[in-house]
Design a protein around this ligand. Sequence first.
Ligand code: NAD
Length: 438
Amino acid sequence: MKNIAVIGAGYVGLVSGAGLSDFGNQVLCADIDENKIGSLKQGNIPIFEPGLKEIVDRNIESNRLSFTCDIRKAIRDSEVIFIAVGTPEGKNGEADLSAVFSVAETIGNNLSAYKVICTKSTVPIGTGEKIISIIKKNKNNDIDFDYVSNPEFLREGAAVRDFLLPNRIVLGTTCEKAIQIMQDVYRPLYINETPIIYTNIPTAEMIKYANNAFLALKLSYINEIANLCEAVGADVHIVAKAMGNDGRISSKFLHPGPGFGGSCFPKDTKALLSLSEKLNEPMNTVAATITTNDSQKIRMVDKLFNLMGNEIKGKTIAVLGLSFKQMTDDVRESASIEIILGILDKGGSVKAYDPVASDNMRKYFPDIEYYSNWQDTVKDADAVAIMTEWHEFRGLDLNELKKLLKAPVLLDARNVLSEKDLQNLGFIFDNVGRKSTR
Ligand SMILES: NC(=O)c1ccc[n+]([C@@H]2O[C@H](COP(=O)([O-])OP(=O)(O)OC[C@H]3O[C@@H](n4cnc5c(N)ncnc54)[C@H](O)[C@@H]3O)[C@@H](O)[C@H]2O)c1
């Protein structure tokens, strides 16, 4: 059992803090966002993440998990410090590392005893060395520390489970003492024989980018196949299923859609590309992944406009689904942002609904109308676009939908509805990569 500080209590920090306390560690989650910490202290979870409240409550109850805005104290009181702050897209696609470096500085200034500094944030290859040198520069004593790169692979929507039962843990350090401490931190997983990859810092940092870029590449690949399927009269779902049966490929991340979003794939692919360009080691596959994804999002806007005969001005479009995927309230880089922008740009208006993500989307579009159910959203709309694969959209009552809409025009950007049913009811519709069945 270790005393741990997790700096940054967002999607990754909060889930990691709760998970690490569930493993038996004493965890203090620290964040500069006073509202977030205030609400956590009152027992409220500031994000939507299935199962998170239960695990947070359980560990608060057992006195293993607490929250603070006092970053310095969190550092001084802990033996292991996890850096889990955001690394958003910065200029020229590079990762903005200002939060990570600012935490490193604070760690340096508050290094009161030996500590292991462990980075969970996704940081470009070479950042670990920079963090080490910032800490060294800012500490004015001869107290030792070790550094571990420990990238996180959890998926929003399944984050708690992913953290408690990961496919693997990556530990980037060559220091034996730090390895022993990290094995203690992850004791239940270590005992369960969860695969642990021991490697050096740059390799650990590279694993995270290589992993994310590959998944993004798979998505862009199947989206391009889907687009070609439309042109040749093939059904992308059957293509993807057959491809997935090939053990060398696997069926995961072969679902066509409106282009990937979220807080990871878009920025991580850009950061990897930017690094490769800087080092003059071209990554053409990653460049193509990004371009394909951007154009897939635009393609969805074009599909909707084509369905509407390109008459958008003065029309109202219902957008169902705002988060970048189901089971999360995260709207960062969501394909629905692109479609809302497109509609507003052409003089249309938007009625929007998402089971959990409306509040987050309000920060991007404060002036569109938000509703609390799909029926009110589609009522009297000139068209509807389904942008997120929430289960409730799979089960839409199409008869009711048709009755409520002013015109039966529908874009199914996630292929959640039956084409046959839409056809039988006389919808004017489009989806992704399935023109063959019409
Ligand atoms: N979200 C994911 O699914 C996911 C998965 C794996 C890895 N990651 C990586 O983990 C990192 C965090 O991502 P996230 O989605 O949790 O971000 P987030 O935006 O949800 O949370 C980041 C938190 O850090 C806090 N913060 C910023 N600067 C700080 C500072 N100086 N001191 C203390 N706290 C500070 C913010 O207030 C915020 O609460 C990123 O590098 C991301 O790429 C994210």
